[in-house]
Every structure is written in structure tokens, then in C-alpha cells.
Design a binder for this molecule. Structure first.
Ligand SMILES: [Zn+2]
Length: 272
């Protein structure tokens, strides 16, 4: 049984604000952030192994994507790291996996109690008219490959988002968001214990979960923060400018939608 784990950092217990310097290399508390992220990943791996998983691939999905500490990771898992990946937060995911775990995930921009809320670069991203998060992006690619999301961990707002947009799965919150930059976390040991237990239940309950299947074609809209970002993205073939800060494109499937979205993100990053 092959399990794919995508790990972000903003939804990890003990992480509430980038000012702590725990999100980026060179930050004051970055080493502590990496340890917390790695510990929650191990909790998910160990729960999956106990429930019968035999192969685990972990994808570091935050920032420059070399945050997880390779020598601290459970030796049963292999680790995908690095910055330019064609499927970014779900690089390496394909139809050979039995389940996906999303660990340390967070809510989209504008959710008031979502700690460090955002979804890549737009203020609001929509798939077929529904506000879409990084959770939705990952789940839709998994669904394209017929793989269900079995476990979602993060703050309360991330878990709520999962309950709204994902098919049935196990969701576990490790943090209660207060504002975008404040929250009440479980102790890291308690967060890991709950993730461990939830991962086990997710594998045991796998037969009850189904992949996310979106109606196609998928209409993707991005409300950008600035007009120049829409100017840039509208240069891409197939992208239509529908407002001062809003662009739209259609994709034949969830992988095409995600890759086109990623191209718009990289284009923006490179130009900003
Ligand atoms: Zn993220």
C-alpha cells in the first residue's frame, strides 16, 4: 500500500506568524519550524505504517521546499525536495498511490481565523465558481489520478475547508486560529499524537473514501492583488482578462488546471 504525503508548514502546531522567522531559511526560529514540521510528518508516517502502509513518499511542499530534515525523517519514507517541480505541492503523485495525506495545510486568503491564510499568489482563486484552497488544488490532482485524500491536518479553518470541499476523509486540527497571525496550538507532542491516531484511522477507513472528481472542463478564475499581476498572467495563451485584477482560463482536467495555475504563479514570482 503506497501513501503519498504532501507537507506544508503554515498549518503545523506552534507556527502562527512569519515574523517568528520560522517559515524561511535564515529566519530566527527557522530550525524550530523545520523540527515541528518534520515531527508532524513522522507522526503521519508512523500512523500509516501501523495501519499497513508499505511504501511512503513525502513531498516537501513549502516555500523553497527543502524544509524537512532528511536525517530526522522516518527511514521508511522517501523524500521529494527542491524548488522547481512540475506538480509543485503534489510532485510525484500519480495513479500508483492508494491514498494522499495533506499535513500542515491552511485556509485560503481572507478566512478570518485562518492562520497564515493564502492560496499561492491570488487573493481569491475559484474552481468552477467555488473558492479554492491549496487543499482543493492538491485534492483535485489526486482525484484526477483516482487517489482519495484520506487525511487532512492543519488549523481549524483548514479542517473546515476540507469538510466543505473534499469528499469524506479524516480531518484533524492542531491549532485554533484567532487571527491571520495568532492562534492557540496544541503542544507539539499532543499534535503529533492526534495526527498519528488520525493517520491510522485514515488508512483503516480507506475503503470508505473516494477521489475528488470535478466536472470538466474546469473554469479557473484568479482575483489578483494588483492590476499588473493580471496584466502579466493575461499574456499566457488561453488566459482571458475579465476584470482589472481578474483573469480566467479553462482547463480540460485537474492536472492541466493546476499546471496552468502554477505557470501563472511562477510568472508572477519571476516578475515581482
Ligand atoms: Zn501553503
Amino acid at each position: 500500500m503506497r501513501i503519498y504525503i504532501s507537507v506544508d508548514i503554515e498549518g503545523v502546531a506552534g507556527i502562527v506568524d512569519g515574523m517568528q522567522g520560522n517559515l524561511r531559511e535564515g529566519g530566527r526560529e527557522y530550525e524550530a519550524g523545520r523540527r515541528l514540521m518534520t515531527a508532524e510528518t513522522n507522526a503521519a508516517i508512523e500512523g500509516a505504517l501501523e495501519a499497513g502502509a508499505t511504501e511512503i513518499v513525502v513531498n516537501d511542499s513549502h516555500g523553497a521546499m527543502h524544509n524537512l530534515l532528511p536525517d530526522m525523517l522516518n527511514p521508511k519514507a522517501s523524500l521529494i525536495q527542491g524548488r522547481i517541480k512540475h506538480l509543485f505541492m503534489v510532485e510525484g503523485l500519480d495513479a500508483s498511490f492508494d491514498a494522499v495525506f495533506l499535513v500542515g495545510y491552511h485556509a485560503s486568503a481572507g478566512i478570518r481565523d485562518g492562520v497564515l491564510n493564502h492560496a499561492f499568489h491570488p487573493y481569491e482563486l475559484r474552481y468552477n465558481g467555488t473558492v479554492w484552497s491549496e487543499t482543493g488544488l492538491a485534492a483535485s490532482v489526486a482525484g484526477h489520478y483516482n487517489v482519495p485524500v484520506a487525511l487532512l491536518t492543519g488549523d481549524d479553518a483548514a479542517v473546515r475547508d476540507g469538510e466543505t470541499i473534499l469528499p469524506p476523509h479524516v480531518g484533524v486540527s492542531v491549532k485554533r486560529g484567532i487571527t491571520r497571525f495568532a492562534g492557540e496550538s496544541l503542544h507539539p507532542d499532543e499534535a503529533c499524537a492526534r495526527i498519528h491516531d488520525a493517520a491510522k484511522r485514515a488508512i483503516e477507513g480507506l475503503s470508505g473514501f473516494s477521489p475528488m472528481k470535478l466536472p470538466t472542463p474546469i473554469t479557473v478564475e484568479e482575483d489578483l492583488y494588483y492590476s499588473y499581476q493580471a496584466d502579466l498572467v493575461a499574456m499566457m495563451p488561453g488566459v482571458e482578462r475579465i476584470g482589472d485584477r481578474t483573469i480566467r482560463f479553462q482547463a480540460n482536467d485537474a492536472v492541466e488546471a493546476y499546471r496552468t495555475f502554477l505557470a501563472s504563479y511562477y510568472l508572477n514570482r519571476a516578475a515581482s
